[in-house]
Design a protein around this ligand. Structure first.
Ligand SMILES: C[S@@+](CC[C@H](N)C(=O)[O-])C[C@H]1O[C@@H](n2cnc3c(N)ncnc32)[C@H](O)[C@@H]1O
Length: 313
């Protein structure tokens, strides 16, 4: 049944980790020593499930090598050869930590793009990442599915979108696009005109907005939940995760509440293991997001759920 998961990716091998570390060293000379330390650690391990690490493994890796979180990100995304940009940009681009999505500047829904202009083939199955952050996660996936999938990132911080756009152009990919949008109010309008099937929506480590009076600033609100469920094609998936249990539970409750429409993937594929509370033990995407890497490097747990829209027979 695992193969029925539309976007399920294979876990990487130790060889891939070694290649990644080598690429990081080549792309960012300043991190050669770091990459070499990583290589020496990796080759001593019989097998490393690098992108489906059990929680805590990354923290252990970090502790043993004293890698800083940005270096871990650079290593994880070494395939993209963007490392030099990461280091250059960190000194120059100041990006606000949080924005208030309820402020008037974010209250106008973003119109859909001309899909023929943003994707080479706008009929391909689409994955949408809500709150796409730097965009590296989607760029990595786009590279793996150059001719078979399209990827759309919705991000409320414009500077992140601009930088991701530069990377898209540099890489020459025509199956990934980033939009400056308040996803909470724009998702439906944007997605409803997409010519192909919507097969995966991810909301990964969304801003927590801890204070109760700020919960309404959280990206996932009832209208967005409804739009996602309505827009997904049968067999399409929703992937949520957070390093903050309260936020993960908040998102989970929305999607657990429609069991006739969405099934959790462990019901469909028993090789996808969950803990006793129903959280997926491993990341099924084949790559971790930046926030996930940061959180795991600090020893945090990641709470994940993945749902699949019921296919009527
Ligand atoms: C903590 S970051 C996580 C980024 C990425 N998903 C990851 O896991 O590394 C949350 C992202 O969601 C974006 N965001 C917050 N509210 C949003 C909204 N209403 N619409 C679109 N993006 C939003 C933030 O700007 C930020 O980049």
């Amino acid at each position: 049944m695992a193969s029925s998961l539309c976007f399920q990716l294979h876990t990487c091998s130790q060889l891939r980790c070694i290649a990644a570390a080598k690429a990081a060293a080549a792309a960012a000379p300043s991190s050669v020593a770091t990459a070499n330390r990583t290589l020496s650690l990796l080759v001593k391990r019989p097998f490393l499930h690098s992108f489906c690490l059990p929680s805590g493994s990354s923290a252990e890796l970090c502790e043993r090598q004293q890698l800083r979180s940005p270096e871990l990100v650079a290593l994880e995304y070494a395939d993209l050869n963007l490392s030099h940009k990461i280091f250059e940009d960190s000194g120059h681009v100041r990006i606000r930590q949080h924005v208030n999505p309820l402020s008037s500047s974010f209250s106008v829904p973003t119109p859909a793009p001309n899909w023929d202009e943003v994707f080479k083939d706008p009929t391909l199955p689409l994955m949408v990442d809500i709150g796409s952050g730097s965009g590296r996660f989607l760029l990595w996936l786009a590279k793996k599915h150059l001719d078979s999938r399209n990827f759309l990132g919705l991000e409320i911080r414009q500077k992140l979108v601009k930088r991701a756009d530069v990377w898209v152009k540099e890489l020459g990919f025509n199956n990934v696009h980033f939009m400056f949008a308040n996803a909470t109010i724009s998702f439906k309008q944007i997605i409803s005109s997409y010519p192909g099937p919507l097969m995966l929506v991810s909301i990964l480590c969304p801003d927590p907005h801890f204070k109760k009076r700020h919960h309404k600033r959280r990206v996932l609100q009832k209208p967005l939940v409804d739009s996602i469920i309505d827009s997904l094609k049968p067999g399409g998936q929703v992937f949520i995760q957070s390093d903050v249990l309260e936020v993960a539970v908040d998102m989970r409750l929305w999607f657990d509440s429609v069991p006739n429409v969405l099934k959790h993937v462990d019901v469909l594929d028993q090789s996808l293991l969950c803990d006793k509370d129903g959280w997926l033990l491993n990341n099924p995407m084949g790559i971790r997001t930046e926030r996930e890497i940061h959180a795991e490097s600090e020893g945090a747990n990641i709470y994940r759920r993945m749902y699949q829209k019921y296919v009527c027979i």
